[in-house]
Design a protein around this ligand. Sequence first.
Ligand code: UT7
Length: 336
Amino acid sequence: MTARTLFSAGITGTGMSFPEKILSNADLEKMVETNDQWIVERTGIKERRIVEPGTPASVHGIEAAKQAMAMAGAQPEEIDLIVVPTVTPDMLFPSTCCIIQEALGCKNAWGYDLIAACSGFVFALQTARAQVESGAVKKALVIGTEVMSSIVDYTDRNTCILFGDGAGAVVVERLEDGREGIIDTINHIDGVGGKFLYQKAGGSLHPATHETIDAKMHFIHQEGREVYKYAVKGMAGVTQEVLEKNGVAGSDVKLFVAHQANLRIIEHVARKVGLSEEQVALTIHRFGNTTSATIPSALHIYHEQGMLEPGDLVVLCAFGAGFTWGATLLRWTVGA
Ligand code: UT7
């Protein structure tokens, strides 16, 4: 908590929801020219979950949020703010936040969707934290939810092996007893990334036409090698920045929860920062890259497995389209 904040904000509940349907590497071998060995060696992904066609992002977001609220002991009407980081909203407007708010019965909440691609959760957590620390709201929901399968071209082997669908959510609330919760966040953006990772059509630049559809402009395009280089540099740099700024040694960190885009990126970053294998959260083998859902769902999994105790130091780190990247240092406050 910095000198200018009135209150301390902490995570008090987590949840996650994934579709049942598994898309394995063997399934993808039948769809594009790829193989299990290449996918596992280059990315660490063994399988990912995908929704039945027509299932919108709000569906798994609602379920993840219900779990997070139950863990936090928060009633729907106590939620003051809902932030939904997503690049696959149900529709451009109304926001997916409004759809989820109505379904949850959070009648006293306001909120919005936030686009920061794979950094969405870290950016959204910072906005919720700031609202809680300022005293403007007491309880907030941050819900990363994605249906990446709705924007993936399943004939493009460069991207279709990477992404999965799912959601993760947390409750962020005022810690009345002044305990330390979310300690610090450092976020960055650099528009240089726009040419390496994008979904070109569907906005005002290229509204949907027969031509944009024929040219596959509504799908994700990624220059993987370029993004990889920026991701390693950005994630390692910002993680070191947040640790050094707060006088925290790598060995003090209980869990490093990086955005799950590529196992090699996560291992590379952990090595650069000086973190051991035991400190690094990994879920990519099960779910692939679920964009804004990777970090909250990993927090939920590691909490449920008993790997996080109140007071543990946790570092979150993400990198995504834009480019966007950031790191958050926090003390675990679920169950305290
Ligand atoms: O989440 C937001 C941020 N995104 C990221 O952080 C992703 C960053 N990038 C990556 O994770 C990696 O670059 C990828 C996993 C996307 C690709 O791995 P790579 O080791 O960088 O492979 P590459 O793109 O350099 O491709 C190497 C070779 C190419 O063949 P040639 O040109 O060497 O003959 C590709 O055509 O592998 C080929 N290839 C494949 N082969 C089998 C590309 N995709 C596949 C595939 N199966 N699915």
